[in-house]
Each structure stands twice: as C-alpha cells, then as structure tokens.
Write a protein that binds this ligand. Structure first.
Ligand code: PRX
Length: 670
C-alpha cells in the first residue's frame, strides 16, 4: 500500500484520512440495489461502457436529449485553449426556457414545480405554468430596471419562491446571477457585489429563521453604503413585513415592479458558452473566488446527473433537496437540475428544528417526498436528537436518499438508510464541488452495490483518479490526491475576472489535470473514498470556509495582533473553526478584557465580517504561534492542540519552545 504523502498527513483530522482510515477500508457492508429497484432504474450498467467508448459523444447525446436548443450545436468539446473549455460552443439556447417554458408547451403546465413551505407553516404551490408567468414578469421588471443581457445581478434572498423566480428571470434575459447566501454579512455581500460589478441587487425585508423574522435589507443598505457604483437598483421582496429603510429612486418593491409587469416575455437565446452564473466560494487565500459557469454544458450535466443519480421519475416523484440556493447544491439540485427535468419539488425556508425537531419528517410525510438529498451534518444532528423523532412520521414514500458536502461516516450512512430509508432505500453519496458544477463521483442507485462511506465511482462520462505527488495513479489500496483527468461539461469556465488564478489554483499542481483539493484513497476494488481537504480550506457543516479568510477577519479587529485558524474535528458539523490569537500588548497589559469578553467580542466580529457560519467555536489566546523557519504557521500542531491530542513532530519549528508556551498559555487566563 502506498504511503500517503506529507501533504496528506496534513489532511483535516476530521477526515477519515487521519483517523480510522483502516476501519473505513475494511468496511465490509455492501448494499446492492434490490432486483425491483434495478429493474425500473433510469441508468443501467451498460451506460459506463457506452460513455467510456466515446466520452464526448456520450455528453453530446445527453445535451441533445435532455435540452432544447434554439440552434443545435455541431461541435462538442473544444479543448484547444486548455484549461479553458468550450462545450457545444456553436449551439444556442435559453436556460429558463428549458427549465420552465418547454414543460408548459409540451402539456405539463399543470404539474407542480414548487411546493413551498415557509418556516411558519405558510405554503405556496407553483405549477410550471405559474412559474412561467412569474419568471416572465420578473424578467420584464428587471428589464424595466435597466438590466440587459450580460449584466450581473446579485441575489440576497431567503429560500422563498422569489429566489428561484429571480434566478430564472436572470437566466431568461441572459444576465448572470450571483447568489449570495443570506447568512453572509454586509461585508461579504459588498465584496461580491463589487467583484461582479452587479447592476441590480434583489433582496427581501427579511426571512424567517428559528421562529423569528431575520432582516436582510439592512445588510444590503450597509453593503451599498460602502460604495457600489455599478448598482442602479435594489428590488425588495416583502416577506416578513418588518420595517425597512428606503432609498427613493434606488429601491423598488417587488410587489410594485413585478406584479405590475406583463406575464409574457420572450426568452433571450444565448451562446452555449454564455455565463449563466457566478458563485463565490472560499479558497486558500482571503479573497473568495467567483466561480463562473456557462449555459449549455452546465445544464447538460445538471439534468443528466439529477435524472440518473436520483433515478428521478418526473411524473410521480416528489423531490426535496434541503440546500439553500446560496450554495452550489441549491443552484444545481434545487433550481436547474430538477426544473430541467420537469420534477415536482419541495422547498423549505427554515431550520429543521422549528418549531419542533420532527419538522423535516413532517414535511416528508405531508408532501409524500420520494427523493431526499441532504448533508451528513444534518443526518448526524438528527442522529443526536434520536430516532424516535423520525419514527413518529410516515416516511414510507421515500425511495432514494442522497448525501453531499463532506465525507459521510459509515455510521451516519447506516443510520440514514436504516432509520430514514427503512433499510430499503439506496443511499447515494455524491462527491462534487462548486467548481465541478454537478455531481462527479457517486454510486448509481440501480446499478452500484453501495458501500457505506464511499462515493465509489466516477459517473459515466467522468474521468477521475487518485494520484501521488508525481501525478502517477496510485494502485488499489493506495492513497493520494483526487484529480479529474478529462474535461467535463459542467466544469467551471474560470474565476471571474482572474484567469491566472484559475490556472494557478486548479491546473498548476499537476500539469494538465484538474486538482480538486481533496485527498482520497482507492480500496481494493478501485472504489474511491474521500478523505477531506488537503489545503487550508475547512468544511463546516458541508460549507467551505477558508482559514485565511477568518484569520484576516480576526486581525482586522483592533485587539488582535496575529491569528491562526484551524478546522478541528466536530462530532456534528464535521469540522469546527478553532482560532488561536495573539492579542496586542496594550490589550494584554491594560488587562482590557477577560477571556470570556475576548471570545465573545471576536466571535461577533467574525460574524460581522463574514457571517455567523464562520464564527469560531473556540478562540484561544496565546503568546506565540508555531512557525517554520520560513514563517509558515504549522497548523498541524495547532490542530493537535485544538483536538486535545499529543502534539506531533515539531522539529521543523523555528522556535521549538513555542508549543510549550502555548500549552502553558492555555492554562493561564488572559
Ligand atoms: O472537500 C469536498 C467536500 O466539499 C468540497 C466542495 O465544497 P463546495 O464547493 O462548497 O460544494 C459542496 C457541495 C457540492 C469538496 O472539495 N465534499 C463535497 N461532497 C463530498 C465531499 N467530501 C466527501 N464526500 C462528499 N460526498
């Protein structure tokens, strides 16, 4: 068996790579699909052979079959300017037409597209015909507000139907959207608006969160007050009814502009390579990356994966993906994938425990949900709450369960299948990223004998491998870096405004192949097990956070001289943020603050700078940080401290007494 490389031993310790990997690889349980499920499944085993024989031809067939093109393409992949891919480049189409109008034209207008469940129990049902009218109205209103094809629109909304409608209205006029998760701060929103030079911001007065209205509009006001010359208007949905500050001429109510607009609108056809959206994600530096996706290739893989990985039957299934549209999962598996396939789906605004811990299961029962797609962190939370809670509801409608966002430990996988899936439903563990746009590695529910904890195999048409430091594929049983060795239709087309960073980040570690940033192992069957990130990116509750970004937020506070952040294992959230800070000497000497005040002040500061999801679980005040002679912080040692482990090899430290100092310092209050 190949030894993991040095970088891999630095893998986040929550990942199976650091602990229990051997347990994982000796995981013997297998769950082949039942004969009954396999017989009705959309995907069959021969799809792999078909796709392997002609990978680009396979995707071209999918693009023709799953999408409607106003101008059919004649070219499939142009990789001549690698790593900048062009798929189906001479074809033209419209994303919103494909997601909405064609279903109406083909007689599916009465099918429910969205069952919306508000946190407070208010509901709305939108059929495909309703959606066509709403999206057309919104597109007309946005056009009246000056948005043109190619302009960017920032969206900062709760998970309400208007979020889906706005994204589709942007797609309808060819204006790339940039959705900013409603939990991000004014600061984070401002940097994203500026980077994308958004012309319009669509927001709401607020949304409902844990039984209370939670304001959004003030963050937009604050973000724009920092200066945003590109923004002409703010379109505001009234959701909670809370009072809002109003800037006349700039701010416009949705119910004035959209409801008055015509429900007729002609979708704008765009080139297959026209940008569909930008979505910012954390990288290894402090500055979030604007990952951008284009139209034809992205939609092809969104539709294909949604149909086959979840075995969707659009006429009978009720699908529910619990992600917010602020994340890539919400883009591909709430908006584009399901709607392209004409699915009926549930969207839920609130948290799983409002007003009680059975809320999700109540929703499954109420709508007869058949396919559920969620994150391991949610599953582990439900495990903690106890299985009697879901057992009080009728979950017998469920037939496929999906997991995404972080490695799922075999016990959570087993619990998901046994308690939620009645020991009957296939579970698909789907690996992918904001950058990949759609699922890349996953079992197929009617084909693959599932292994708890493994994403297993690249999908048909996808080429992935695990390689060593020299880019050589590791043998079965070996560990290394996960790479994608061939371009795929929904791959990112770049980082908005920064082509060099795109090449550096993804294509420079191994020449000519895409490096995903994850460590992985191949088991004896060649199946892939994901081990977590090998870079300075943390994964908290399935959300990517950058250590550097949180460190910059901390040092922007006047009390902080230096900061180092690590992701420490957390039973529920996978990883949790733990920060080590050196306070400025005047704060320490003046004894200005006790440990509790420091913790609280700095946690609140991070929430303000980035958003509540980035709040450190713990902040430890130290006198020194462990650094190598070249000045690089040795996070590995800090992780040992954060996880109460014996501190590992510290011989490369510039000053080897630092770890003792940290240990002593931790025992001494500020
Ligand atoms: O580390 C991998 C982890 O999440 C990262 C991508 O994060 P993001 O772009 O925010 O997208 C999350 C939703 C697609 C990956 O680099 N990850 C995602 N899915 C899995 C996973 N790790 C293990 N198993 C998965 N199924």
């Amino acid at each position: 068996m190949t030894e993991p490389s040095a970088a891999l031993t630095d893998a986040p310790p929550n990942s199976p790579g650091a602990h229990g990997l051997e347990n994982l690889l000796s995981e013997e349980r297998r769950f082949p699909p039942s004969a009954e499920f396999a017989a009705q499944a959309n995907a069959t085993a021969d799809t792999y052979a078909w796709a392997n024989a002609d990978r680009t031809g396979f995707w071209a067939d999918q693009a023709r079959e799953l999408l409607t093109w106003s101008t059919p393409f004649t070219q499939t992949l142009d990789w001549s300017d690698a790593p900048f891919a062009r798929w189906f480049a001479d074809g033209r189409l419209n994303a919103a037409y494909n997601a909405v109008d064609r279903h109406v034209e083909e007689g599916r207008g009465d099918r429910v597209a969205l069952h919306f469940e508000g946190e407070g129990g208010d509901t709305r049902t939108l059929t495909y015909a309703d959606l066509q009218r709403e999206v057309s109205r919104a597109a007309n209103a946005m056009t009246t507000l000056g948005v043109r094809t190619g302009d960017r629109v920032a969206i900062y909304l709760p998970l309400i139907p208007e979020a889906v409608v706005t994204m589709l209205a942007c797609a309808r006029i060819g204006a790339p959207h940039s959705v900013v998760f409603g939990g991000f701060s004014a600061e984070a929103l401002s940097s994203r608006i500026l980077d994308a030079e958004a012309k319009l911001v669509v927001t709401a007065d607020g949304g409902f969160r844990r039984g209370k209205p939670s304001a959004l509009k003030p963050a937009v006001d604050e973000a724009l007050a920092k200066g945003a010359p590109s923004v002409a208007h703010v379109l505001v949905v009234r959701r909670t009814g809370q009072s809002v500050e109003w800037t006349p001429d700039r701010d416009v109510w949705w119910h004035d502009a959209v409801e008055a607009a015509s429900p007729e609108h002609t979708p704008v056809d765009v080139d297959a390579e026209h940008p569909l959206f930008i979505l910012y994600t954390s990288g290894t530096t402090g500055k979030p990356k604007g990952i951008f996706h284009t139209t034809g290739g992205y939609l092809t893989q969104a539709a294909y994966t949604h149909l086959n990985v979840f075995d969707l039957k659009p006429e009978t299934d009720v699908y529910w993906c619990t992600a917010d549209v602020g994340w890539i999962t919400g883009h591909t598996y709430v908006v584009y994938g399901p709607l392209l396939n004409g699915a009926t789906q549930v969207i839920y605004e609130g948290t799983p425990d409002t007003p009680h811990r059975g809320r999700w299961w109540e929703i499954v029962q109420k709508y007869g949900v058949t396919i559920l797609y969620t994150a391991p962190t949610a599953i582990r939370t439900c495990m903690k709450w106890g299985e009697e809670i879901p057992s009080n509801f009728d979950l017998s409608s469920l037939r496929v369960l999906g997991s995404v966002g972080e490695p799922i430990n075999p016990e959570a996988w087993m619990w998901y299948r046994r308690v939620i899936g009645a020991d009957r439903t296939p579970v698909v563990d789907t690996w992918w990223q904001t950058e990949t746009g759609a699922i890349m590695i996953s079992p197929l529910p009617g084909v693959t004998a599932a292994k708890p904890g493994s994403a297993q195999v690249p999908l048909p048409g996808i080429a992935a491998d695990v390689v060593d430091d020299d880019a050589q594929p590791v043998p079965n049983g070996g560990g290394g870096y996960l790479v994608l060795t061939e371009p795929w239709p929904s791959m990112l087309r770049g980082i908005w405004g920064d082509p060099e960073r795109y090449k550096d980040t993804y294509w420079s570690r191994f020449k000519g192949i895409y490096f995903a940033g994850d460590g992985a192992k191949k088991d004896d069957d060649g199946d892939i097990w994901l081990l977590g990130r090998v870079d300075d990116v943390m994964n908290v509750s399935g959300h990517r956070l950058s250590t550097t970004e949180i460190e910059s937020a901390l040092v922007s506070h006047p009390w902080v001289a230096e900061a180092a952040v690590v992701g420490a294992t957390d039973e529920t959230t996978g990883q949790a943020v733990v920060a080590f800070v050196i306070l400025r000497s005047d704060v320490v000497e003046g004894n200005a603050a006790d440990a509790a005040t420091v913790q609280e002040t700095l946690r609140t500061h991070v929430a303000k700078e980035i958003g509540p999801i980035a709040k450190p679980r713990q902040i430890l005040v130290v006198a020194e940080l462990p650094k190598t002679r070249s000045g690089k912080i040795m996070r590995r040692l800090l992780r040992d401290v954060a996880e109460h482990r014996q501190v590992g090899d510290s011989t490369t430290l510039a000053d080897s007494s630092v770890m003792d100092l940290i240990a002593q310092g931790l025992a001494t209050p500020v």
